[in-house]
Design a protein around this ligand. Structure first.
Ligand SMILES: Cc1ncc(COP(=O)(O)O)c(C=O)c1O
Length: 458
């Protein structure tokens, strides 16, 4: 803009001019992503928090300048990429933090451009129909009837506890293993439920005998939460036995399959989830073993009638006469109001890859994890925690104490050479690798082990 000219109104992403306005901006974004990744040169930036914070401050300058900067898109995307922990790098393998598929990310761009909001049909006509159909398909794949779309495992677990409380009352007690995700006891706290009963899991999974004893001793309504893919070790609770005990004791069953649900796509590994279909509710999360950009959570429910408890009437979104006239009432499908169509990227991924395509990705990461475990087992300098059940591998330098194990992780982080996780499943500290990148090769994992070896204090 030159002096005296009226400011131009920035173009919109949707509408007839949207695609043409986006095209050059996308070219800018893609260039900035490539430049930033090149500057980073590895799985994460070297130098630790101080270096990264200084670089961000430098690139950002004044976050709300009086007049705008047309280069801000390139500058900030490049800075974000240069300072990213990139899950597409095979040496970035700490968390349940997956590299998103390009096709899913491209679909997510369309969701941002069109900006449908799933709180009323008049803001999302096609998106609401797509969500209903795809969520139901995913629920049926898990052996349940319907599913709500959530922001991830935490929101799904909270909704599961809410539905259980509404079905059984505020005396409902959550029973789960100590290896269960922290969002479960936190949801009990949030919902004002009695303190949960946490059963010790010294072997990493919920022991049916210990659960039986607990359920026998507990009066009142109980919600048992089992886990299919624990956060720390990737183990799967004995679901059929737990389901049988819940039936015998009249307890409700929730299964947190935020990690493990991705195995449903795999012919080779699906059997590990036998018992899932016996749950009242199941947490699924395709931004873990599903290669989606965040957010991509679901809560599958066995009894869709229970969802009426979420019903909300608000005249501007679901007036009775509109509903009677046939406009779908969407408010009861979430506790949120404005809601992104996260289902679009999921739908595009399911249709593009098909079940077998997704299953092949799951098989691949599970196979890589087994190979990594074998490398560790054969290496005299390392100890393996256990053979992987999904794609999590815990290991530690054989002679190191916990302080040295923690130092290995932080040194690799500081040098920007690898992102390893940590877990303390048995009181000792272990390094954790969660293989979620289907492009990871055996050589990458051998390199990762060498890096850990080279960073172990003598
Ligand atoms: C088993 C399990 N459940 C729930 C969650 C929470 O998921 P989110 O981070 O998507 O809220 C996690 C996160 O790692 C998890 O491992």
């Amino acid at each position: 803009m030159s002096g005296g000219d009226a400011p131009t109104t920035p173009p919109l992403a949707s509408g007839p001019g949207g695609p043409d306005a986006l095209r050059p901006l996308l070219a800018t974004v893609l260039d900035a992503l490539a430049t930033g990744a090149e500057e980073r040169g590895g799985p994460l930036p070297a130098g630790g928090p101080e270096t990264v914070t200084a670089r961000v401050a430098d690139a950002l300058g004044d976050a709300l300048p009086d007049t705008g900067d047309p280069d801000a898109l390139h500058t900030l995307v490049r800075t974000l990429a240069a300072g990213a922990a990139d899950p597409a790098d095979p040496l970035c393998a700490a968390h349940l933090h997956c590299p998103p598929l390009a096709v899913a990310t491209a679909a997510d761009l369309a969701a941002s451009a069109l900006n449908p909001s799933l709180d009323s049909w008049d803001q999302a006509p096609a998106a609401s129909a797509l969500e209903a159909a795809v969520a139901r398909t995913l629920a049926r794949t898990a052996g349940l009837a319907d599913a709500l779309v959530t922001t991830g495992g935490t929101e799904s677990n909270q909704l599961a506890l809410l539905l259980a409380r509404e079905a059984h009352g505020t005396d409902l007690r959550l029973v789960c293993g100590t290896a269960a995700h922290h969002s479960l006891p936190r949801a009990a706290w949030l919902l004002g439920l009695p303190d949960p009963v946490l059963i010790p899991t010294p072997r990493g999974t919920l022991d049916p005998a210990a659960l039986d004893e607990t359920l026998t001793a507990l009066p009142g309504p109980v919600l048992v939460a089992a886990t299919a893919g624990t956060t720390d070790t990737g183990l799967i609770d004995p679901l059929p036995e737990i389901a049988g005990l819940c039936t015998a004791h009249g307890a409700r069953l929730h299964i947190d399959a935020a990690y493990g649900a991705g195995l449903l796509f795999s012919d080779r590994h699906r059997d590990k989830l036998a018992g899932l279909e016996a749950a009242h509710t199941v947490t699924l999360d395709l931004h873990k073993l599903g290669w989606q950009p965040v957010a991509a959570g679901l809560l599958a429910v066995a009894r869709p009638g229970e969802l009426t408890t979420l019903h909300q009437h608000t005249d501007y979104l679901n007036a009775d006469d509109d509903t009677e006239a046939g406009l779908p009432d969407l408010l009861g499908r979430s506790l949120r109001t404005t809601r992104r169509p996260d289902i679009l990227k999921i739908a595009v991924t399911l249709r593009t890859l098909g079940r077998s395509g997704l299953g092949a990705l799951a098989d691949q990461v599970c196979a890589r994890a087994r190979e990594f475990a074998a490398l560790i087992r054969e290496h005299p300098g390392f100890e393996l925690y256990a053979p992987p059940v999904i794609s999590t591998v815990l290991f530690r330098p054989a002679e190191a104490d916990d302080t040295a194990v923690a130092a290995v992780r932080r040194r690799l982080l500081h040098e920007g050479r690898a992102v390893l996780g940590r877990a303390r499943p048995d009181g000792r500290l272990w390094l954790k690798v969660t293989v979620l990148n289907p492009h990871t090769r055996p050589d990458d994992l051998a390199h990762l082990l060498k890096l850990a070896e080279g960073s172990t204090p003598a």
